[in-house]
Design a protein around this ligand. Structure first.
Ligand code: ARG
Ligand code: ZN
Length: 849
């Protein structure tokens, strides 16, 4: 971990491991400070590998003894593992090591969380459990014996036997070590069952700490829905007798797809109406689906090496978004995904951390579990499906499962399946995997004698290590509207492959209004100068929900930019046009709520920067506030009507219909608060019987500066619920006025319940401060210093979470010279910490580079 000059690993250097692992037997004797792990591993020569010295990964292990074919050996211990002379041919390797899970604050390998044992092995955590070829292309069958007094002892696969103080599990499916899991503790299970498409009965369980058993029902239903959906849509059936999920409080990421034993951050599985918001419910459903879908896309077919991470993550994100679209509203899901992509992936792809969907080098793979690998990776698959069509996509996936089941694959394997099943040449398309950066797409048009021509030009700005870019394949979905608002050309998929390319539409009787990039058919920045009139026209008439929303967003952006750069006032014409949409009760309330939201301050900063204007966070904040005030004032009559329409009278259900109404109602409440100083919000707070209503009311009260009583009441009510208190911590920092944000965050860190080693609590405060754009970017640099202090402190305990959070600095070059200097100083101070982790070293180097 503490490595002075981290080593860079390259995709081009891939070499297969010299042995295959026939099977693995582990015995884990649990003890907080001295767990003993005995391994018995049968190695066979790998005929496809070059000759090499026998090497096993191992980190933070105390080797007790090792033997080969029963004879004690003395391996050479290195910083990364061990080397050893081995016989030619196959042999039996045995070892015993000691590890200390209670001292493991990095939450990687075997560690303890609230008295329970659990593991996180992806990407390279198994090497902290025992000596092993810890790489995804080494797959084997595991048998695991767990010894300990804990009443519940779980591992992968099926349970085979158990007795007093021990339990044995066997996983018949060969898997890489990163999918290994072990859990033990005093846990309760919420049981369920599922009958697969071929009629097999599968036992399901969600294991939680006592006290949380009432928060499992929703997750269990989501699991069953996911299992059914994967059968119906992808023809994929579950393949073990049992499927277990465990909720863990201390977890670096969201969740992990270990074979038959998914481990979840408790925030991503536990749900109840009183403690979870509608957004939490939707996210939990999506993550349960995501991890379950990995059983085929990730586990049965895994990655050859970590450069191929998008092979499983991009595809699985794509699959979970299809699932959510089917379970809820496809249009709302698409718009939400694009909002998220622009908020998280675009800044990454347009700054110093930019990397291809399939990176070509890394120092610490944990730093590449990024929005680019996941979300852009999913967008790439969406484009592929748009290009070949839904049916051909289905056939290609069938071939993928048939051809590669049980294998560790590459992006080349994935694309070959599409080439073989469709006959398409995907050489150019493959650039989406190797070329980083967000393409800019410019459009011009011409109408002559009934022929309408659209001319597109694509250009991708340089990114680190990639000064030159080649044209990419862009599916551009276009529809054309007549001046009277009728659609004359329905959605047509144009396939752009050149740097500049024209497409014509004939037989039109008037110059049409184009609706371009419908459904956000490619992850690009569309740069089309169009008039406010045209945007308003699309807002009123476009048949494509995404572009209708985008038209409104464009108007909001233009309005805010004019306010910021020209001192203009709010665009009342846009506010009035939007009112018409908001009054259209045939539209889904969730869609209307999306129309009502403004672009984030970070997005505005990015837009200004792209136009060559240095963004001033205070001016951006002020403009946003002024516009919201103007919307509230202008809609003083509309707001109560919408509020009434959004009223939910039925008992709480986290479904799309109810949550859409609540989202709209709460968006309206935040405007209403600007008119009444928090009266309606306080009333909603007092009456709330679910977390969605309670939390949004609290948020409004904070914005209004009228939160003291509600904050205290909330704390008194929820002080014993860690997940709810995370929200309490987060909201205060995120929703408070910028000038108070840093002080507020600092005060929260003084509290006894600011358990900073818990990643959820740390992120609640630090992540929220970064989200408070003008607060984080306080002119005096206090936000930067505060974050840097905490990152320096956390790195000693948990490099992975620290490194992820370093990305809050990724936009530093966007701002004015003073702020740049302050952010640079903060990064340099982090870089100077003696013993800085490999994770953070890599991040800070890239950020400064
Ligand atoms: N494979 C997991 C998922 O996306 C993520 C685990 C990543 N963990 C890590 N330490 N990098 O579902
Ligand atoms: Zn995943």
């Amino acid at each position: 971990m503490k490595d002075a000059s981290p080593q860079t690993i390259y995709l081009k250097d891939y070499t297969p491991f010299g042995w295959q692992v026939a099977d693995v037997h582990l015995t884990v004797a649990l003890s907080p400070d001295a767990t003993r792990v005995r391994s018995r591993i049968r190695f066979e020569p790998n005929p496809d590998a070059p000759a090499q010295r026998f090497f096993l990964h191992g980190e933070d292990l105390r080797l007790i003894r090792a033997s080969i074919d029963g004879t004690e050996v003395t391996p050479v211990l290195t910083a990364e593992g061990l080397e050893c002379d081995v016989p030619e041919g196959g042999f039996l390797w045995e070892s015993e090591v000691e590890i200390a899970p209670a001292a493991n604050t990095a939450l990687e390998g075997l560690y303890m969380s609230n008295g329970m044992y659990c593991t996180q092995c992806e990407a390279e955590g198994f090497r902290k459990i025992t000596y092993y070829p810890d790489r995804p292309d080494v797959m084997s069958v595991f048998t695991v014996r767990i010894e300990g007094d804990e009443p519940v002892k779980l591992s992968n696969g099926n349970p085979v036997a158990q007795g007093e103080g021990w339990a044995e599990w066997h996983d018949p499916w060969p898997k890489p070590a990163y999918l290994f899991a072990l859990v033990a503790g005093e846990l309760l299970n919420h049981p369920g069952s599922f009958t697969t498409m071929s009629g097999r009965e599968v036992e399901l369980n969600i294991y939680v700490r006592p006290g949380d058993e009432g928060k499992c029902a929703f997750g269990m239903q989501a699991l069953k829905d996911s299992m059914r959906w994967d059968e119906e849509v992808y023809g994929r059936e579950y393949d073990l007798d049992i499927f277990n999920i465990v909720a863990v409080d201390d977890f670096n990421m969201g969740a992990m797809e270990n074979k038959g034993l998914n481990v979840f951050n408790s925030s991503c599985v536990l749900a109840s109406p009183e403690t979870s918001t509608d957004a939490n419910f939707e996210r939990i459903e999506a993550i349960i689906a995501h991890e379950y879908f990995h059983n085929w896309t990730g586990n049965r077919i895994t990655c050859r090496d970590w450069f191929q991470l998008c092979l499983k993550e991009g595809l699985t994100v794509f699959r979970d978004s299809q699932f959510t679209s089917d379970m809820r509203s496809a249009e709302v899901k698409r718009i939400s995904d694009v909002i998220d992509l622009r908020a998280r992936q675009f800044p990454e792809d347009q700054g110093p951390l930019s990397h291809p969907v399939r990176p070509e080098s890394f120092q610490e793979i944990n730093n590449f579990y990024t929005a680019t690998v996941y979300e852009k990776g999913a967008e790439v698959i969406g484009m592929l499906r748009r290009l070949v069509g839904a049916e051909a996509y289905g056939k290609a996936l069938d071939l993928y499962f048939e051809r590669h089941d049980g294998q560790a694959c590459t992006i080349e394997d994935w694309l070959k399946v599409f080439e073989d099943s469709t006959g398409r040449d995907l050489t150019q398309f493959k650039r989406w995997y190797s070329q980083s950066g967000t393409p800019h797409l410019k459009v011009s048009d011409d109408y002559t004698d009934g022929t309408y021509t659209l001319t597109f030009t694509q250009e991708t700005p340089p990114t680190p290590g990639q000064p030159e870019k080649a044209p990419q394949v862009l599916p551009i979905a276009v529809g054309l509207l007549n001046p009277n608002g009728d659609e004359v050309v329905p959605t047509t998929m144009l396939e752009m492959t050149e740097a500049t390319q024209s497409f014509t539409f004939e037989g039109l009787n008037a110059k049409p209004v184009p609706s371009i990039l419908r459904g956000f058919s490619a992850p690009v920045v569309l740069m089309r100068e169009s008039t406010a009139e045209e945007k308003s026209f699309l807002l009123a008439h476009d048949t494509d929900a995404f572009n209708r929303w985008e038209a409104s967003r464009d108007l909001a952006r233009a309005c805010l930019l004019a306010m910021i750069t020209e001192g203009a006032g709010p665009d009342l014409a846009w506010i009035d046009a939007l009112e018409q949409v908001l009054r259209d009760t045939t539209l889904d309330p969730a869609f209307r709520a999306l129309m009502l939201a403004l672009p984030t301050q970070a997005e505005l900063a990015q837009m200004l920067h792209a136009r060559g204007v240095t963004p001033d966070p205070d001016a951006i904040y002020a403009a946003t506030e002024t516009l919201r005030d103007a919307m509230a004032t202008r809609w003083s009559a509309l707001l109560p009507e919408l509020m009434a329409e959004a009223q939910v009278d039925a008992p709480y259900a986290p479904d799309a219909e109810q949550s859409g109404k609540r989202t709209l109602g709460n968006a309206v409440l935040s405007l209403q608060t600007r008119l009444d100083g928090g009266k309606a919000a306080q009333a909603q707070y007092d009456a709330a019987d679910n977390m969605t209503m309670q939390l949004s009311a609290l948020s409004c009260l904070i914005t209004a500066g009228a939160e003291d009583a509600a904050l205290a009441a909330f704390e008194a009510q929820w002080k014993d619920d860690r997940l709810v208190m995370d929200k309490w911590f987060a909201l205060q920092v995120a929703a408070t006025a910028p000038e108070k944000a840093v002080a507020r965050a600092a005060a929260l860190t003084e509290r006894a319940d600011f358990d900073w080693k818990n990643p959820n609590r740390f992120r609640a405060v630090m992540g929220s401060l970064a989200m408070n754009h003008a607060g984080f970017h306080a002119r005096d640099g206090s936000g930067y210093r505060f974050l840097a202090d905490w990152l320096i402190k956390l790195d000693e305990k948990n490099p992975q979470t620290t490194a992820r959070m370093c990305s809050v600095f990724q936009t530093w070059k966007r701002y004015d010279a003073d702020r740049q200097a302050l952010m640079k100083a903060a990064l340099e101070r982090i870089a100077a910490r003696p013993g800085l982790s490999r994770d953070v070293t890599e991040m800070v180097t890239r950020l400064l580079g």
